[in-house]
Design a protein around this ligand. Structure first.
Ligand code: FES
Length: 169
């Protein structure tokens, strides 16, 4: 039996310990925001946090997370609506096709947790493992800087618009 805290909830899994964590997250727990990209830890689409550090879930056996804490894109906001990085992503309109973006955000969140004011070199180093076939790298960099500034100032970047009233008929 494997026990993992995922996004703040304890999960007990009767599963082959060699099963990739990515399979567990997506198939067993239904958290499909984390994507399968290359399957060999080269693209970053499957990035989740293990005890706050970004890892590639496609090559991490679930046994490595036994007794540990995993955070996926679904849990990155914590109790809030969005993490400041997610707000900055919207403000900078980062995603194109979107496939790589949850992995990009997970790496960016981990970066800012360790370095609240990263320069271009620090951003490039931290994000090097996240490939974007749509070429959103300049926007990723801008969004990380925007999130860093907002976090430092303690301000919210993005206020979700009020939902329009839906009328029947
Ligand atoms: Fe399409 Fe990154 S937004 S792969």
């Amino acid at each position: 039996m494997i026990t993992i805290n995922v996004n703040g909830e304890s999960q007990r899994l009767d599963i082959d310990p060699g099963t990739p964590l990515l399979w567990v997250v997506r198939e067993n727990l239904g958290l499909t925001g984390t994507k399968f990209g290359c399957g060999i830890a080269q693209c970053g689409a499957c990035t989740v946090h293990l005890n706050g550090q970004p890892i590639r879930a496609c090559v991490t056996p679930v046994a490595a997370a036994d007794g540990q804490s995993v955070t996926t894109i679904e849990g990155v906001a914590g109790d809030g609506d969005m993490h400041p990085v997610q707000e900055a992503w919207i403000a900078e309109q980062v995603p194109q096709c979107g496939y790589c973006q949850s992995g990009q955000i997970m790496s960016a969140v981990a970066l800012l947790a360790n370095n609240p004011n990263p320069d271009d070199d620090a951003i490039n180093t931290a994000m090097r493992g996240n490939v974007c076939r749509c070429g959103t790298y300049p926007r990723v960099r801008r969004a990380i800087k925007r999130a860093a500034a907002a976090q430092t100032a303690g301000v919210q970047i993005y206020q979700p618009a009020a939902q329009p009233e839906v009328r029947n008929g």
